[in-house]
Design a protein around this ligand. Structure first.
Ligand code: GTP
Ligand code: MG
Length: 309
């Protein structure tokens, strides 16, 4: 037994386990993860299919350790990328303790939600119904969502919350922790995510591309960090990354007139990266064309999205 786990199991009431966040694209899964963690680790945008990795964050208190698995939104797939994202999300239900199904309080309950709940019902896990974005809905809407979701499954608990205002976040964590089994500290207390730093950096860059261009290139964008080089004396991280798009017209758009667009993306990403890394950042971004990469499973995995991630 490792030192870490023996220290934790000395306390017989310490609990630990896995929570998967599941729901349709845009339901607010990554925002909930960030609010629980108290900082931005996962990227969030108002476009569907923002999350492409099965992203794990580790939340540790004096009483329990929770591994939170953020997943890509589950939806009817249109291409190989979509299928891969579904597989990634559903696979993360295997061997976990609790699943939270997020239902947007102000979006009408639809067949997409029904489909996700049916998938979820196939797994033997504790199930919490989360009505998200409570700040955007009234009581009647919220009650309608709860009744609709109750028609399709039995829920161990129901929590109405808002990641933006912090409403009922503590209640949600209490509810989850009640479902956790007694268990050891699996990860060091100060560990926050299992993602390599290159993946976080690539995701932060992709978020800025989506925020600036989501009408034009929503899902055609893939980002790969080629190199990161930290200079201790200058306390500066040099980051070289490629942004892949599917068509040369998209490349032109991302670069912009005289490079204005890519400069804007770069400076917005740099601000966030300096917070994430705690040092100055030099960011070199190149835009490249990789035709039809979303239909090519090998390419999707080379980017690190989906199943293999
Ligand atoms: N008003 C409000 N907006 C929210 C809340 N939580 C999330 N949002 C917004 O909803 C949008 C989607 O949030 P995400 O957290 O990216 O959703 P997601 O479920 O991770 O989406 P995918 O990764 O695409 O599946 C973003 O614009 C968020 O700012 C909330 O509590 N209140
Ligand atoms: Mg997400």
């Amino acid at each position: 037994m490792s030192e870490l786990s023996s220290a934790a199991t000395a306390d017989a009431s310490f609990k630990s386990g896995f929570l998967t966040l599941l729901g349709r694209p845009n339901a607010g899964k990554s925002s909930l993860l960030n609010t629980i963690m108290g900082k931005k680790l996962a990227i969030t945008t108002s476009t569907a299919q923002t999350t492409r990795h099965r992203f794990r964050a580790v939340y540790t208190t004096d009483d329990y350790q929770l591994v939170i698995v953020d997943t890509p939104g589950v939806h009817k797939p249109h291409d190989a990328l979509g299928e891969e994202l579904n597989t990634t999300a559903l696979k993360s239900l295997e061997g976990i303790d609790v699943a939270a199904f997020l239902l947007d309080a102000h979006e009408a309950f639809g067949t997409g939600d029904e489909w996700v709940i049916n998938e979820l019902s196939k797994y033997k896990v504790k199930k919490i119904l989360v009505i998200s974005k409570a700040d955007l809905a009234n009581e009647e809407q919220i009650n309608q969502q709860i009744s609709a979701a109750r028609e399709f499954a039995e829920w161990d608990d129901v929590v109405v919350l808002s990641s933006h205002t912090g409403y009922h976040i503590d209640e949600f964590l209490e509810s989850v922790s009640r479902c956790l089994p007694v268990g050891p500290l699996w990860f060091p207390r100060d560990m926050e995510t299992d993602q390599p730093i290159e993946v976080l950096v690539a995701e932060f860059i992709r978020e800025k591309v989506l925020l600036n261009f989501y009408d034009e290139v929503p899902h055609a964008v893939g980002v790969v960090v080629e190199e990161m080089d930290y200079n201790r004396r200058k306390n500066i991280e040099r980051i070289y990354a490629n942004i892949y798009v599917e068509r040369s017209s998209q490349k032109g758009m991302l670069i912009g007139k005289g490079g204005a667009a890519i400069k804007k993306i770069g400076s917005e990403a740099r601000n966030d990266l300096e917070t994430l890394l705690g040092c100055r950042v030099f960011l070199d971004l190149q835009v490249k064309v990789r035709k039809n990469w979303r239909r090519d499973l090998n390419q999707i995995r080379r980017f690190g999205y989906g199943e293999g991630a």
